[in-house]
Design a protein around this ligand. Sequence first.
Ligand SMILES: NC(=O)C1=CN([C@@H]2O[C@H](COP(=O)(O)OP(=O)(O)OC[C@H]3O[C@@H](n4cnc5c(N)ncnc54)[C@H](OP(=O)(O)O)[C@@H]3O)[C@@H](O)[C@H]2O)C=CC1
Ligand SMILES: O=C(O)C1=N[C@H](C(=O)O)C[C@H](O)C1
Length: 271
Amino acid sequence: MSASPRIAVMGAAGRMGRTLVAAAEQQADARLAAGIVAEGSSLVGADLGELAGLGKLGVVATTSLEKVADEFDVLIDFTNPATTLANLAFCAAHDKRIVIGTTGLDDAQLAELDGFRDRVAMVFAPNMSVGVNLTLNLLKTAAAALGDEGYDIEVIEAHHRHKVDAPSGTALKMGDVVAESLGRTLKEHGVFAREGQCGPRSEKEIGFATVRAGDIVGEHTVMFATEGERIEITHKASSRMTFARGAVRAARWVAEREAGRYDMQDVLGLN
Ligand SMILES: NC(=O)C1=CN([C@@H]2O[C@H](COP(=O)(O)OP(=O)(O)OC[C@H]3O[C@@H](n4cnc5c(N)ncnc54)[C@H](OP(=O)(O)O)[C@@H]3O)[C@@H](O)[C@H]2O)C=CC1
Ligand SMILES: O=C(O)C1=N[C@H](C(=O)O)C[C@H](O)C1
């Protein structure tokens, strides 16, 4: 495959879709080849550059991957779980690579996604920003040093009012990384809601709190708190471009890979 993969953006009219179009267009070593919008959308035929606020690019929105199957090498998909799984099946059948940013997959959907690992080269990560992926490594270090020393661990996240899944995929990943460092699991130790007479906190639980408000792009804090001190590791995204640039970087990286399930830590060499 060429070093400059042809990129198709699924959900090209969405918040991330429009940003991905701009990122693919602006970054060297990637070419925007196609954009797909939902069936029945009034934006079918619209110029992707105009949707992204860049002016005409000469690539128009279409409604199906079949129509552009010969025009792209890597699909970037930030949509919803059902759409993403259907697109994975398409990529497996048509020898395409895929970068998946979609969050909110349940256990059955995650198992289905994983079932494609031998047939599709995919990068799947709940957060494509370099900062968050570096933060995951800081969390491993912090958890290993503090977790068994009586520090309570809480994950707090805030996002815009339109977000449909909670906690965010990034918050779950952060919780997972911390839990794994401590030999715990979120299935056993994750606490996702507290209300009423819920009793005092248990020692090993990992709590999650969610804020949904206004236009917050994405903020995550992991708190390690004990009597006398509190450590907070925080990442704040102020522009979706940080996720989009990471996704285009992942597309360039996965274009050269064999079938397998990779994440942004692989792309960034942080593993
Ligand atoms: N990994 C990461 O770094 C990040 C991940 N995300 C995740 O990305 C996902 C999308 O977020 P966001 O952009 O804010 O959401 P949006 O709702 O703005 O965008 C999703 C887009 O997908 C479109 N879509 C849905 N189904 C189809 C389909 N079958 N064919 C074509 N297009 C379709 C929607 O169209 P319509 O509205 O017409 O249905 C919409 O335009 C979420 O899961 C979010 O959590 C977000 C930011 C960063
Ligand atoms: O929906 C969003 O906007 C975001 N979703 C991702 C998640 O669920 O972690 C990543 C980012 O924080 C923005």
